[in-house]
Design a protein around this ligand. Structure first.
Ligand code: F0G
Length: 387
């Protein structure tokens, strides 16, 4: 059956209503739907594909007056807040497609390497589908909030004495030799799901933005956004393509330096990657979109994270703040790979913030002063506030 339903300002086709009877959908009543149902025409799914969804996607595209002011020239800056997906990161968009396809193909177990968010997402969607999920992580390098998520959802967690790149190498080998579906972004279904973020941006703005800024780790997301923008343009849903500008940190910048980084280091643990799986596609994206790849340093990330929370009220994890630190660099540094000092006035700029701040709170916790209590009187509380 095919229905039509209002989504944002657009009427879109909803297929697969029959799937509501499947085991992992719970009700025939109206409910939140995820990216597969919203964008089924654009995804590698068929009537027979069971939909494993947690209601991902449809994340807010937030107009940011303070960021816009900082850019100047009448430009409008929007933040695409992917931290409000079901497991708190953009990974859920790709995971719903990858896990649904895995179930369609009869998989009984998933495997992934991760710097944290992929494992949290894979664990949740595997739990939803009732199958096993193995996650291979670099020991001691995963933010606590993310590890807790994978644990809570019952994943089989293996910490290795190595980094993310080692973990992915092992996962590739295990995935080839056993009946395990790899749900890292080397899986094309992950990219297909993640491209829906670009669709949503165009659906809200009415066209593609002029610039799109985002953090780059394994380079799956930049690849996915570009695929989404191109597909929407090809289907005449938009008239232009943005320049894609990706940011790595100075200690983990293989694409920027054009060499494998054996021991990547950065406070932004999510993008501590020295040999990105989608390196080539990222390069192609940057070239085709006439964008750039640039670096920022850890201190700039922390400053941007704080700035975004305090000025716009959006609390993101350090890796996500790389997009904001990058925006500041484009506006204010003479060394920027892409300078915004002469971009057309009234340009529209979208920054994707990829993960929620609560996932990786250690840096902020360290900076919080020990809370001292005061006597429970109005006067003491007033004094403590400084009124
Ligand atoms: N931001 C966050 C919060 C991430 O978790 C990641 C990647 C990225 C940005 C970079 O995205 O890899 O597609 O270029 N995290 C992966 C993981 C590697 O295992 O969770 P990318």
């Amino acid at each position: 059956m095919i229905l039509h339903r209002a989504y944002g300002s657009t009427i879109i086709r909803i297929c697969f209503e029959e799937k509501m009877q499947m085991e992992w959908t719970t009700s025939k009543l109206p409910r939140s739907t995820g990216v597969i149902e919203h964008y089924c025409e654009y995804l590698p799914v068929a009537e027979a594909t069971p939909i494993v969804s947690l209601g991902e996607g449809n994340t807010p595209l937030i107009y940011c007056p303070q960021l816009s002011k900082r850019v100047g020239r009448g430009c409008e800056v929007f933040v695409k807040n992917e931290g409000v997906n079901p497991t708190g990161s953009f990974k859920d968009r790709g995971m719903t497609v990858a896990v649904s396809k895995a179930i369609e193909d009869g998989a009984t177990a998933l495997i992934c390497a991760s710097t944290g968010n992929t494992s949290a997402s894979a664990a949740a969607y595997a739990a939803r589908a009732g199958i096993l999920c193995a996650v291979i992580l670099p020991v001691g390098k995963i933010a606590r909030g993310k590890l807790i998520q994978a644990f809570a959802c019952g994943a089989k967690i293996v910490a290795i004495e190595g980094n993310f790149d080692d973990a992915l190498r092992i996962v590739r080998e295990l995935g080839e030799s056993r009946n395990l579906i790899i749900v890292n972004s080397i899986n094309p279904d992950r990219i297909a799901g993640q491209k829906t973020a670009a669709f949503e941006i165009v659906d809200v703005l009415g066209d593609a933005p002029h610039f799109h800024l985002l953090p780059v780790g394994n380079a799956g997301n930049v690849t996915a956004y570009w695929a989404g923008y191109r597909e929407y343009q090809a289907r005449r849903r938009s008239t232009k393509l943005p320049a894609m500008i990706g940011f790595q940190t100075s200690g983990a910048a293989p694409i920027f330096y054009d060499r494998i980084i054996e021991k990547p280091e950065t406070i932004a643990s999510a993008i501590r990657i020295g040999n990105p799986a989608r390196w080539k596609q990222a390069r192609a994206t940057i070239a085709e979109s006439r964008g750039a790849i640039d670096i920022i340093i850890d201190d700039e990330i922390i400053a941007a994270q704080t700035w975004l929370s305090r000025r716009e009220g959006i609390f993101v994890e350090p890796a996500s703040a790389a997009a904001i630190a990058g925006l500041f660099k484009c506006c204010e540094s003479n060394e920027a790979a892409y300078s915004f000092q002469k971009i057309p006035e009234e340009s529209r700029i979208v920054c994707t913030v990829t993960g929620h701040g609560l996932k990786d709170p250690d840096v902020i916790i360290e900076r919080m002063k020990e809370l001292k209590s005061v006597p429970a009187t109005v006067n003491d509380v007033q004094r403590a506030i400084g009124l």
